[in-house]
Write a protein that binds this ligand. Structure first.
Ligand SMILES: O=C(O)CCC(=O)C(=O)O
Ligand SMILES: [Fe+2]
Length: 329
């Protein structure tokens, strides 16, 4: 008799409509918080629809990043991250290697452009942005999107607080003026002969608290189902935000909410892929420690309390160092 083949598990990445919550409906608020709790306790990924970011803002932004990545490399290098003391600007293909599972993996086959809130040069990651001066309206479209997606992240933090039986405003101060990042990516198509060996982005967990990702229709984002070690596609849903929990939220919730490994397979279809991640990593000097609603009496927290800045510094240094990129400390 042949061996019994196990069928791969079905991994549920729920699509959650938050329009009722945003309109102030109490029942919709309760339902959305429960759906978010379920998703975060299981796969750690969900998709949000019925949100507050208009299609027009998304379209203008996606068009802006495609225009930027279409510039000659020499033009993009004028705002290279290597010229920044605070890790902002253009990142060439192969500048980072996020893979945490395979030491022999290739550096990530994506180029990127990122900004963070404008600050005086200060702590790690704090300082001024770099903008390309050859693209009219680019900065305006980028900032309009930043404002809108930041606002959405504040609503999701409120739902996360409710989902953890905390007061709705529990994360407000953390999320209000974050040292977070808006990072857009371009994944060029992969030649067939290297497919399977290259990664758009290697397997990793996100460093911060909450990620909101806008992806185009090309696809390629996959999440790991830990119990079986199998990878599962996150299907593109037009206009939706893929929303996932990062390491800081896992620490806060004492492993109750999952910071799930994910990766991006480079496009094989001949099409370029564009995506953009907004990382709301909160204020750098926040001390993240086990939430009171995530620990039973007499139980010990799994993690030591940790400052956001220390954690981000360590994760950035590791992932860029692995690709041979030197970061300003
Ligand atoms: O581009 C994507 O779909 C995901 C990128 C990602 O995982 C990241 O930037 O952390
Ligand atoms: Fe990620």
């Amino acid at each position: 008799m042949g061996s019994i083949s196990e069928s791969p598990p079905t991994v549920e990445i729920p699509i959650i409509d938050i329009s009722g919550y945003l309109a102030g409906d109490a029942e919709a608020r309760r339902k959305a918080a429960l759906q978010i709790r379920h998703a975060c306790e299981n796969q750690g990924f969900l998709q949000v629809v019925g949100h507050s970011v208009s299609q027009e803002i998304q379209h203008r932004f996606l068009a802006a990043i495609a225009r930027f990545f279409a510039l000659p490399v020499s033009e993009k290098e004028k705002v290279s991250q290597s010229l920044s003391k605070c890790h902002r600007g253009y990142e060439r293909i192969g500048g980072q290697k996020l893979d945490e599972l395979d030491d022999s993996a290739t550096p990530d086959q994506k180029e990127g452009f990122s900004i963070r809130p404008e600050r005086p040069l200060g702590k790690f990651l704090q300082g001024p942005n770099q903008w390309p001066d050859s693209l009219d309206g680019f900065r305006e479209d980028y900032m309009a999107y930043f404002t809108a997606v930041h606002e959405l992240s504040r609503s999701i933090f409120r739902l996360l607080a409710l989902s953890l039986d905390l007061p709705e405003n529990h994360f407000d101060a953390f999320a209000a003026d974050p040292d977070g990042e808006l990072s857009s990516h371009h994944y060029p198509p992969t030649p067939v002969d290297v497919a399977g060996r290259t990664r758009g982005v290697g397997a990793h967990t996100d460093f911060g608290a909450l990620t909101l990702l806008l992806q185009d229709e090309v696809g390629g984002l996959e999440v790991l189902h830990r119990p079986t070690g199998t990878w599962h596609n996150v299907p593109p849903v037009k206009g939706a935000y893929v929303c996932n929990i990062g390491d800081l939220m896992q620490i806060w919730t004492n492993n109750r909410y999952k910071s799930t490994m994910h990766r991006v397979i480079s496009p094989l279809s001949g099409k370029d892929r564009y995506s953009c991640a907004f990382f709301n990593d909160g204020a750098l000097d926040t001390l993240v420690e086990c939430l009171p609603t995530c620990i039973a009496p007499g139980e010990k927290p799994v993690y030591e309390p940790l400052k956001v800045e220390k954690h981000l510094r360590q994760r950035y240094m590791q992932s860029y160092g692995a690709a041979g990129t030197v970061l300003a400390a």
